[in-house]
Design a protein around this ligand. Structure first.
Ligand SMILES: CC(C)(COP(=O)(O)OP(=O)(O)OC[C@H]1O[C@@H](n2cnc3c(N)ncnc32)[C@H](O)[C@@H]1OP(=O)(O)O)[C@@H](O)C(=O)NCCC(=O)NCCS
Length: 200
């Protein structure tokens, strides 16, 4: 066993990578996949059918639902809400039961791309892609795909600038943007920002 789990954690998955740490009162369900060197904080619930890459940080009080993929290096702030069913109803009795006989008719996968951050208390609606190194603000409700390096704020979430690989806001001038912190430079176009180079 190359990972560490607090004595109160309930770990039912056999796919957990080396160096990963799972803290108190967290439940990792059968069928969940977690990569190497992750930190899964207290009181989380990682459902079967979710995939967590390498070097991912999941802060306290998160439920990573079936169909969610967190790529390498993603940061999930405290109390983020993932969803996987856009028009959710209780499948028990009532009018919607037949829809829940087949996962394909309700489950929408969500992908959080490499290096992205989800701010505390943000809500991620189903079926979306949050782009590489994007930054979702605390409390933001994400209703659309998020471009790479985009800073998204508000409810519903709206683009509010661009951020560097290091997470700090880029300063744009003309068709370029630069990070004052680490010196990375980006080309800025209507469709987004593209890295031009800089320190690695
Ligand atoms: C509201 C909802 C049912 C979808 O309605 P819809 O009519 O298909 O919504 P659309 O995606 O067409 O969006 C319509 C507008 O409403 C906004 N919107 C949609 N859901 C929103 C939400 N939860 N909060 C704020 N704005 C929302 C969209 O941004 C869009 O506005 P815009 O065009 O100005 O950007 C869905 O977005 C939702 O919130 N579902 C609940 C998911 C959930 O909690 N599931 C729990 C079990 S996993």
């Amino acid at each position: 066993m190359g990972f560490q789990a607090h004595p109160t954690a309930l770990v039912e998955s056999e796919s957990i990578g080396e160096g990963t740490r799972i803290w108190a009162f967290t439940h990792v369900m059968p069928g969940a996949v977690i990569g190497r060197n992750c930190n899964i904080a207290d009181h989380c619930h990682i459902e079967g059918g979710s995939v967590v890459g390498d070097n991912v940080t999941v802060k306290n009080l998160n439920m990573v639902t079936e169909g969610v993929t967190l790529e390498d290096g993603v940061f999930v702030g405290p109390h983020v809400v993932f969803t996987n069913d856009r028009y959710a109803r209780s499948p028990r009795g009532g009018h919607a039961g037949s829809r829940y006989a087949d996962k394909a008719s309700w489950l929408l996968p969500t992908v959080i791309r490499r290096g992205a951050t989800l701010g505390g208390g943000s809500v991620i609606l189903p079926g979306l892609v949050v782009g590489e190194y994007a930054m979702v603000a605390a409390g933001c409700v994400v209703t659309r795909d998020v471009p790479p390096h985009c800073l998204l704020k508000g409810n519903p979430g709206r683009p509010g600038g661009w951020v560097c690989f290091c997470g700090l806001p880029l300063v744009a001038a003309g068709g370029e943007a630069r990070c004052a912190n680490c010196g990375h430079q980006f080309e800025v176009t209507q469709s987004g920002v593209t890295p031009l180079g800089g320190p690695t």
